[in-house]
Design a protein around this ligand. Sequence first.
Ligand code: HEC
Length: 276
Amino acid sequence: MKKALLGLVTIGLISGVSGAMAAPEQDRQEFVNYYTKKYPNVKLDDYVHGALAFDADSKAQYDAIMEFPPFEGDLEKGRKLLDTAFKNGKKYADCFPNGGKNIAGNYPYFDDKAGKVVTLHDAINACRVANGEEAYKVNDMKTMGLLTTALRAQSDGMLMNVKVEGAGATAAYEAGKKAFFSRKGQLNFACATCHVQNAGVRLRSELLSPAVGHAVHWPVFRGGDNLVTLQQRYDGCYKQVRAVPPAQGSADMNNLEYFHSYLSNGLPMKANVFRK
Ligand code: HEC
């Protein structure tokens, strides 16, 4: 795999490499300009489809599968979990603004009081604990995973709207950005090596997706029935380059999700999609 990519040109994209502090909005714009210049025929809105945006045949297969999603049963289980009242009679809907509808695009956010990034998973657990229930493990697909299928689906169509305001938020964003651009693992690849410099390029049998649009469509169902959350996908990508992934739900992972999600600002959310 290393050999396949080493020959390709790498460009000194984006202030991440130079270490300069740029405003998040400037970063996002730079990513968008980079991709749209490289692939002028791919519409920015199509980046929500990841690698499918670069491959009409795969996109047609995807459309056919999404007409009758093989994961309907899991979505039904997720809806049941979301609607089940806690022992005290309250529901998840009582914890979230707007009853939990059209909110997912506001996550992750930086909680100034707690001094850390809060993902939607963290907010679900905070809701559980506040109502006397135990927190779920964020990487437990039978609980947290299924629950997010239903909760995130209530925000389908919302535009990603992650905010980075204040010193704490900026520091967390910068930490996530550093993680995205840092080379790691035995293969010495950064997220950016694959998803920026080589986005739209084939790695073995797989076309690499751009980072813009990456964060809007979670969870995905790989192969049709294997539920995968965003941080679980990060975990898989770390392992692909033989790096040790940070624990899911850790500050390192959450900061990465914060930066990475900001890049998708302005793009529409769509939970529960098919992936290979
Ligand atoms: C060796 C190359 C490589 C590296 C490095 C890598 N990934 Fe990936 N990643 C892939 C491949 C291959 C896929 C599956 C095809 C695709 O969607 O791009 C993928 C898929 C993804 C997806 C899912 C896209 C979708 O629409 O389903 C996300 C999100 C992602 N990677 C994030 C990351 C992050 C964050 C990092 C750094 C921690 C990272 N990747 C590092 C190769 C890589």
